[in-house]
Design a protein around this ligand. Structure first.
Ligand code: HSE
Length: 340
């Protein structure tokens, strides 16, 4: 399978490492041979046929800061040029989330779908601002638009809601959807850390967004909530339809007060009659009251009742594992069959 990888930050590099590590097994078990024919980052691109030497590209990126310094480097190549000029099965888009314009990810995704390339993305911006239109575009062009890594890192939150609950009716979905804020709130509660200390640590661990205000002001949770509302509950909303409040005003004494009542303060995204994001008091014995960088989502459906999924919601390898899950789905869709 011929892949163009756009964006070579933590997630993009983890995806390349995952392919290097698992290729033999993927070929043997699934008949999937992922070949990355191009990688694009801010400094340019690297392109090779039949595929790039990923170990070399990763090494050059680490040493020189851009894949354009590779022996197959192309300083002037743009993502849009490569989307149209390369022979591709899939475009994997992992540029950082921008919630104001959704660019450059939105242009990459739209252009790839119009040219009938399957698209896998971990970029929440284009989905938060334009998911209904992008779904329509992918259906019109009869190609896949897959994004399981946008919610829950490697934890299959979207797949669970979409596939396993397809025959039921979701009444409410709520959850802790942001690892950074959960890490901050849990560290303030358990270790008495200050907000700033805990945020720095979440950044060091690679959980926070390139712009961490997206995490702490609730926008990352809001993007994920919009994706859940549209994809799982057909609500046809975008970011501007949500009421969003972050955790920047939560103090140590708020957390102490909550603790005395047997509760924790958690940033929760909820899709019910209203769709909102705000810090809520959660009973400490509620299974969604998880700590650290975990995510937890409660699905309330009319017939199956309450179900909860908990898992690591962020991290390079975790998110890369979701890209691989989507890649397998593209492979099986192309083969017109599913796992046996
Ligand atoms: N910044 C996000 C988080 C990354 O902390 O959960 C995963 O979407």
């Amino acid at each position: 399978m011929r892949i163009l990888l756009i964006g070579f930050g933590v997630v993009g590099q983890s995806f390349a490492k995952l392919i290097l590590e698992r290729r033999n097994e993927l070929v043997k078990v699934h008949g999937l041979n992922p070949r990355i024919v191009g990688v694009v980052d801010k400094g340019g691109a690297a392109v090779a046929n039949p595929e790039l030497d990923l170990a070399e590209v990763l090494e050059v990126k680490k040493r020189e800061g851009t894949v354009a310094a590779s022996k197959h480097g192309k300083k002037d190549a743009s993502a849009l040029d490569l989307i149209s000029n390369l022979d591709l099965d899939v475009v994997v888009e992992t540029t950082p989330t921008n919630i104001k314009t959704a660019q450059p990810g939105l242009s990459h995704i739209e252009y790839a779908l119009k040219l009938k390339r399957n698209v896998i993305t971990t970029n929440k911006g284009p989905l938060a601002l334009a998911l209904p239109e992008l779904i329509e575009l992918s259906r019109y062009n009869n190609v896949a638009l897959l994004f399981s890594g946008t919610v829950g890192g490697g934890t299959p939150i979207l797949d669970f809601g979409k596939r396993c609950l397809a025959s039921d009716k979701l009444v409410m979905v709520e959850g802790i959807l942001n690892g950074t804020t959960n890490y901050i709130l849990s560290s303030m509660e358990a270790e008495g850390k200050s907000f700033e200390e805990a945020l720095k640590e979440a950044q060091r661990l690679g959980y926070a967004e390139a712009d961490p205000t997206l995490d702490v002001e609730g926008w990352d949770t809001a993007c994920k909530t919009v994706i859940i509302a549209n994809w799982l509950m057909g609500r046809g909303v975008t970011l501007k339809d949500l009421s969003v409040e972050g955790i920047t005003h939560v103090t140590k004494s708020d957390i102490e007060e909550a603790k005395k009542k047997g509760k924790s303060i958690k940033l929760v995204g909820r899709v019910a009659e209203r769709i909102d994001v705000k810090p809520r008091l959660i009973n400490r014995n509620d299974p969604i009251c998880i700590s650290g960088t975990l995510n937890a989502v409660r699905f309330v459906s009319q017939y199956a009742g309450d179900e909860i999924i908990i898992g690591k919601g962020a991290g390079g390898m975790e998110t890369a594992s979701a890209i691989l899950r989507d890649l397998l789905e593209v492979k099986y869709r192309m083969a017109q069959r599913w796992y046996e």
